[in-house]
Design a protein around this ligand. Structure first.
Ligand SMILES: [Cu+2]
Length: 123
């Protein structure tokens, strides 16, 4: 009898985890690579009106950028030389895949020039 109770206590958290856990972590951000994608993932924040960090160190080659607009205004992530021009609404997060060439590559928010600029520093 006592043993059976013990088993219940062991199983209960598992059952609760199974019932509540499904689908809850799909939207979570992470800095790890996903299967099927090459290169690393880097996070960049766009606020009113600046990028953070202003200079983002990355590895050269294919990368994924996760850009979160933590401000209240719409922002944008553009790299003209790579034909990247992506709006990020307030509170939204977008994911971009690009190939970083070594050295500095400037990015900007086309709505808040000249102050809202930054650079990828690829090594
Ligand atoms: Cu902006």
């Amino acid at each position: 009898m006592k043993r059976r109770h013990k088993l219940m206590y062991l199983l209960l958290p598992l059952v609760i985890a199974l019932l509540t856990g499904c689908g809850s972590n799909a939207a979570e951000g992470s800095s790890e690579s996903k299967p099927g994608e090459s290169g690393k993932t880097y996070s960049l924040a766009a606020t009113d009106n600046a990028f953070g960090p202003k200079t983002l160190s990355v590895e050269s080659g294919p990368i994924t950028l996760v850009i979160e607009n933590t401000g209240v205004a719409i922002h944008n992530f553009s790299i003209p030389s790579l034909n990247i021009d992506k709006d990020v609404a307030a509170g939204e997060t977008v994911e971009l895949e690009l190939t970083a060439s070594s050295g500095m590559t400037e990015f900007l928010c086309k709505y808040h020039l000249p102050e809202m600029k930054g650079a990828l520093d690829a090594s």
